[in-house]
Design a protein around this ligand. Structure first.
Ligand SMILES: Nc1nc2c(c(=O)[nH]1)N[C@H]1C(S)=C(S)[C@@H](COP(=O)(O)O)O[C@H]1N2
Ligand SMILES: [Mo]
Length: 411
């Protein structure tokens, strides 16, 4: 269940105000003046250290989105990383000194358990910039609306993760010939607080698990992973729905069949194998639904912020990031005339495989007035972003439509 903090007009809900008054121990004077999306300090447990302009979609569990203009850095700072929790953050005190990672499952020769210090000392350490994008990024664009967090375009980050390669660990453990999939288990709590229920336990085929960039990470941007992002250990799998990057990681199962953990079934992180009509009901069988793997090509305009005012006659530099799941982005074009004509942007190569790429373009406007700037990326296999909302699906996944911003040219 998502608990929206604000009503439609952007005011804090009465229920929130009441619990807030309870927490603070008195009435909140001038509560009606709190700006939209303002998160009162008394409620900021999950938002510690986050940028004040992050957008809270729900607080139980925490789901927090980043507005595009806050994503302008090549490496996303921690205070701007979106948060997507399916359950409740672990409540027990986590001691990294006693934390262990167990590798087990049908397809290991024998289960093995490592302390965090073993991982750090036994294996070579790697650092990669990796795009983590929620499979539901863009969900709010679908009509009819689907259930789930109504992400706009900001459920994405590209931070610098440090840890060991999962393949080095699996090599050390020893796999059987029949290994085809891995599944993760984390320490978060089911929203019901029923300890016997698993919140989410997803995974990837063994081929993706064994890629160089698939990390068991203990650091992000050079520091300990913050609680909200999986302290003290997390699986990081770039380019695929970020739901496969398990937080608060304690166990990985190596499976001799497709992993059958929580949220691997139904329409969770799956799309219809055949296109369906918007709103159409489709029986949720594996015959009808396929698991989402590599994410589709996408881009963001992170500068300027939508709504920018530009002086007539000045050249506007616009820019942002672009990424394409397992692939690289080949080119990016921008349009200021609703897609009638396109101008090629300059595009950088990624820092490493599965990192996003920076792009920029110089734009001149022919006259004063209102414009929309669109960005459209094309991946290395020739697939481009659609200019309208793509294939509707019951989970509201994979809306990679072009990002656009509004610009006013004045003078
Ligand atoms: N243990 C655990 N891992 C998890 C989740 C979760 O709820 N529990 N959410 C997943 C989903 S759906 C996403 S999009 C990413 C979000 O990572 P972030 O919150 O660090 O940005 O974490 C993934 N890993
Ligand atoms: Mo997600």
């Amino acid at each position: 269940m998502n608990t929206e903090l604000h009503d439609r007009r952007g005011f804090l809900k009465q229920s929130v105000l009441t619990s807030l008054a309870g927490l603070v121990g008195t009435d909140i004077v001038f509560a009606e003046n709190m700006p939209k999306n303002y998160v009162p300090l008394a409620l900021d447990e999950g938002l510690k250290g986050k940028h004040a302009d992050m957008i809270v979609l729900s607080d139980k569990p925490w789901n927090v989105e980043t507005p595009p203009h806050l994503l302008n850095d090549a490496v996303t700072p921690i205070d701007r990383m979106f948060i997507r929790n399916n359950g409740l953050v672990p409540e027990e005190k986590i001691d990294p000194n006693t934390w262990t990672l167990t590798i087990k499952g049908e397809s290991v020769k024998a289960p093995k358990t490592y302390k965090l210090s073993d991982l750090k000392s036994k294996f070579k350490t790697y650092t990669y910039q990796l795009v983590l994008e929620c499979g539901g990024n863009g969900r709010s664009g679908f009509v009819p609306q689907t259930s789930g967090n109504q992400w706009d375009q900001g459920a994405v980050s590209c931070a610098e993760w440090t840890g060991v390669r999962l393949k080095d660990i699996l090599n050390d453990v020893g796999l059987k010939e029949d290994a085809v999939y891995i599944g993760y288990y984390g320490k978060d709590l089911h929203p019901s607080r029923d300890a016997s229920k698993v919140v989410i336990s997803r995974g990837v085929p063994i081929k993706k698990a064994l890629e160089d960039e698939t990390l068991i990470a203990w650091a992000v941007n050079g520091q300990e992973i913050p609680m909200m992002h999986g302290f003290p250990l997390r699986l990081v799998v770039g380019g695929w729905p970020a739901s496969v990057s398990g937080k608060w990681l304690h166990t990985i199962a190596v499976r001799n069949k497709e992993h059958d953990g929580a949220k691997m079934d139904g329409h969770s992180y799956r799309i219809p194998r055949q296109p369906i009509q918007p709103g159409e009901k489709l029986a949720e069988t594996p015959e009808n639904y396929q698991i989402i793997e590599s994410m589709p090509v996408r881009s963001l305009i992170t500068s300027p912020q939508s709504g920018a005012m530009i002086d007539f006659g000045k050249t506007l530099t616009i820019g942002g990031h672009t990424w394409a799941g397992d692939l690289a982005v080949k080119e990016l074009h921008v349009s200021i005339d609703y897609g009638a004509t396109w101008q090629k942007a300059s595009l950088q190569t990624p820092k490493n495989r599965l990192a996003w790429q920076q792009w920029s373009a110089q734009i001149q406007f022919p006259k004063k007035g209102y414009y929309e700037v669109w960005a459209r990326a094309t991946d290395s296999q020739g697939a481009s972003q659609p200019m309208v909302i793509p294939a509707w699906n019951p989970g509201g996944y994979l809306n990679n439509t072009c990002h656009r911003i509004a610009v006013k040219v004045v003078g």
